[in-house]
Design a protein around this ligand. Sequence first.
Ligand code: MG
Length: 269
Amino acid sequence: MKDLTKLAHTRCFMLDMDGTFYLGDRLLPGALEFLELMERRGTRCMFLTNNSSRSRKEYVAKLARFGVEIDEGAIFTSGEATALWLRRERPGARICVIGTPALEDEFRRFGFELVEKDPEAVVLGFDTTLTYEKLCRLCDFARAGLPYIATHPDINCPTESGFIPDIGAMMELVATSTGRRPDIIIGKPYAPMAEALAVKTGLDLEQITMVGDRLYTDIALGRNGLSTVLVLSGETTAEDLEDSEFTPDYVMRDLAELVETLEEIGEPS
Ligand SMILES: [Mg+2]
């Protein structure tokens, strides 16, 4: 029988959204039942996304359209993780943020001064409001040798009408122009995201379980000490898993199977 200790010891579940909780405009099987179970048991549950272009408020509104009521504190983006990391490394610094107004607000919330001239560091986010002027600014600061931080590594972002270029594609452009790549990337699957989750929840990483559908971000995050559940309701198939270098602690068809498994385990002790 499978060892369910890691699930039994989980104090907070981190849920990926697309491909795990919903797909496009429909909820995936077990999504609402999973939240009900968490509520009933008093186990914490947060939504975790690498997308740093949207605000927590926008995600709350998106989930509300599915009939899911949560507050902003239950959404954690790579943007907030980057602000937490930078607050520890360079509190109150003057920074240049190449990002959406939502990302800029996130940094102001953590006490940073946002500037376009003479910054102490430059942060690259998923900027769907990118202009040529901002791109030049980013390359200037990279070329000048300033600390260069990226919120996450994703190359493309899936949308209803296909892929749109994400931050990873921008990093290549900057690298071609300046010869520099980010000094640090914060989001899944990297260690700073895991550290940010520990800070955010006040838990040890062994008490946190990441649930997601993508091997090289969600499941790879487990290398930092979290437990992982791969759900096969999104982009990963059972065949992909056979060839993968990333090994989840548990593999489930979808959240519905995770609910059944947690119910088998019974109430957390
Ligand atoms: Mg996903």
